[in-house]
Design a binder for this molecule. Structure first.
Ligand SMILES: Nc1ncnc2c1ncn2[C@@H]1O[C@H](COP(=O)(O)OP(=O)(O)OP(=O)(O)O)[C@@H](O)[C@H]1O
Length: 421
């Protein structure tokens, strides 16, 4: 639309309502003289023709003005809404959690079209870089097979854990994507919460809440050798883990199988609340039925026998891994102990014969917690563990059953239903 100056639409100075073009309005019926009135007819046919032309011109100008006004309103509205959504994007760019995120290297601008209800905040690379002093070695919390985890301080002074996936590792990229897709739709006190994500050049990074007491594995098998974990704290960790798993198996829609449950995937906050992490291999129960499409997950010592033999993957595979963790908590041994170079022993094969002998049990528990628990509780936990690691999946309990049998063993002040003290 061309710009039409206002002056073109207004009577010029000196014009009046009686002078053309406004006098032309007198030609319309509404303004026609009453019958009998004297009509002063000094205009000839040419005048009338000219007035008609002016009237048409006036209509054209009015239409142009109307369309100009409408288009200016539309332009203003679209500017306002795009400005608003741009502001939203800068504040919290978002992902479509249902479709799953795409982690292309991008700057801080994310498509607003992807912004939906469930959001994972995009965190600027520069913020993570400065929060970790340039990803310096001193800020490393731990290292995994395809990632390093750093402690970072954000601009609001909060601390977070930043997992930086190995660049160029396709497997790591897939796991990062899977973890993000899952954690963006899951919220539970016993599942690690994802604070944000970042993609920068080849690097993919996930940002989580910081768990100051690290992993259960590092508490049990690291320098502390389990001394920080009392009997009740261990039972609380077992209960919290069962709660997180119960949420995935029973209440999450679609249901989720974790597939990589192990003591290094249980993180502990400053009060030893336990939270599940490591969702890179997780699948929905439906996906699990098509086991051929799933790569073999692999943490020896935790993988259920039916999965190793037939690729059969169900919630009961997680229950098996959970049983192995219970054994670690009871005995303070690793899932697989290396006896000598090239010779290792699974905790299940070591424990099963001893678990069934009540007289032996109090003497083989982790020395750090020996004689600190009610023996009835010890026998009960051992019985639950034996059931969880049954070779036949159908003999294993549901995680809900585990939850109900462990809750009374944990004092209510630690989140269980047991009596205080
Ligand atoms: N949110 C967190 N808060 C505190 N420490 C963490 C957090 N996430 C991870 N860590 C630490 O970083 C370590 C490495 O974690 P990461 O997930 O990279 O590897 P991993 O647990 O060894 O598993 P994998 O090798 O299967 O990737 C953990 O063992 C833990 O000690």
């Amino acid at each position: 639309h061309g710009f039409i100056p206002n002056s073109a639409l207004l009577p010029s100075s000196g014009s009046s309502l009686t002078s053309p073009p406004f006098a032309a309005l007198a030609d319309s019926d509404a303004f026609s003289p009453a019958p009998g009135a004297q009509v002063v007819s000094s205009r000839d046919g040419n005048d009338r023709h000219l007035e008609k032309k002016i009237l048409i011109g006036l209509a054209v100008v009015a239409a142009a003005l109307a369309s100009l006004v409408v288009s200016m309103i539309c332009l203003w509205m679209s500017r306002t809404s795009s400005h608003r959504s741009e502001k939203d994007t800068n504040r919290q760019p978002a992902l479509d959690a249902e479709k799953g995120p795409s982690l292309h290297p991008v700057s801080s601008k994310w498509s607003t079209a992807a912004a939906k209800k469930r959001r994972v905040a995009f965190i600027e690379y520069e913020i993570l870089e400065s929060g970790t002093n340039g990803f310096c070695h001193e800020t490393i919390l731990g290292e995994g097979r395809s990632s390093s985890v750093y402690q970072a301080q954000l601009e609001d002074d909060s601390f977070v854990a930043v997992k930086r996936f190995t660049a160029g590792d396709a497997n790591a990229g897939r796991q990062c994507q899977n973890e993000m897709k899952l954690l963006s739709r899951v919220r539970h006190p016993n599942i690690i919460s994802l604070r944000g994500f970042c993609a920068h050049e080849e690097a993919k990074l996930l940002v989580y809440e910081l768990m100051p007491n690290g992993s259960l594995s590092s508490q049990l098998h690291g320098p502390a050798r389990g001394r920080t974990l009392s009997w009740h704290t261990r039972m609380k960790i077992a209960l919290d883990t069962a709660r997180g798993l119960e949420y995935l198996h029973e209440r999450c829609r679609p249901r989720v199988i974790h597939r990589d449950l192990q003591s290094s995937n249980i993180l502990l906050d400053y009060k030893f609340n336990a939270k599940l992490k490591g969702f890179g291999l997780a699948v929905t129960a439906n996906e699990a039925q098509n086991a051929d499409s799933i790569e073999l997950p692999g943490t020896p010592g935790y993988v259920a026998p039916e999965y190793l033999q037939d690729g059969k993957l169900t919630e009961k595979s997680d229950v098996y891994a959970y049983g192995v963790i219970l054994l670690e908590l009871l005995f303070g041994r690793k899932a697989v102990e290396e006896l000598s170079p090239g010779l290792s022993q699974s905790i299940v094969f070591w424990a099963i014969p001893q678990l069934t002998d009540r007289s032996k049990l109090p003497n083989i528990v982790d020395p750090v917690i020996k004689d600190t628990m009610d023996l009835k509780h010890l026998y009960q936990v051992a019985a639950v563990a034996v059931l969880c690691v049954q070779q036949e999946p159908s003999y294993r309990p549901l995680i809900t059953d585990v939850l109900y049998s462990l809750a009374p063993l944990v004092p209510s002040e630690l989140g269980g239903s047991g009596r205080v003290g």
